[in-house]
Design a protein around this ligand. Sequence first.
Ligand SMILES: Cc1cc2nc3c(=O)[nH]c(=O)nc-3n(C[C@H](O)[C@H](O)[C@H](O)COP(=O)(O)O)c2cc1C
Length: 226
Amino acid sequence: MAASQKPLDQVVHERRATQEFDSKPIPDADLKQILEAGRHAPSGYNLQPWRFIVVRDPEQRKALRGAAFNQPKVENASAVIVAVAALKAWQEGDLDKVAALSKEHGFTDQQVEGMKKSVTGALGGEPGDICGWGPDWAVWGNRQTMIAFTHMMLEAESLGYDTAPMEGMMESQVKKVLGIPTDNQKFRVVAMLAIGHKKGEDKPFAGRFPLEYNFFDNKWGNGIKL
Ligand SMILES: Cc1cc2nc3c(=O)[nH]c(=O)nc-3n(C[C@H](O)[C@H](O)[C@H](O)COP(=O)(O)O)c2cc1C
């Protein structure tokens, strides 16, 4: 396991969305540590409704760049991780797999059956307000997948890598390049994460809104003051 180079707080404050990378390959051990951080991310009912495609092959990255508004970092990063939300995987086997996994890890039969009932109740019922997913599975899938994505981004930065999150892409083209099933009811491309070492200097920090502008205290609109 690679030694962590930067503490989380430093990563959070110093990370920038890198524009240009030096193209050097990433060692497998580091890549594995980054992916493991995604694997350990939390998700609703532990359903892990995501799939990630690690794109390192130069030809594939070239093609992916074409699907991503020709952004050079897609080709120049050491690896690009494409995040896909697997919206119906829980109905197609993953719920049973999650149940088996929980049992292996010490959950009782009763706990596991309770979890399965909750999942089918919350996610399998009529579209509504429950869990905030309404009829919009893409919202649900994005919610889960971006946490795993962010785990990987922060882990990579902590290992001393630079990263660039990207939404600038044509989803249907990304699907075509990577062979992702075209059915948008089942799979949605959420975002892409470029990882590598930056070439030159990052853009300056563009600043953020003050805390009280979009963080509220107890009630909507009541800007928090700490
Ligand atoms: C979900 C997401 C999608 C983004 N998509 C792109 C993109 O396609 N191309 C790009 O150059 N930057 C992209 N960015 C980077 C943002 O522009 C950048 O994070 C923001 O300007 C703040 O800069 P900082 O991350 O350096 O603090 C994206 C960031 C996020 C979080």
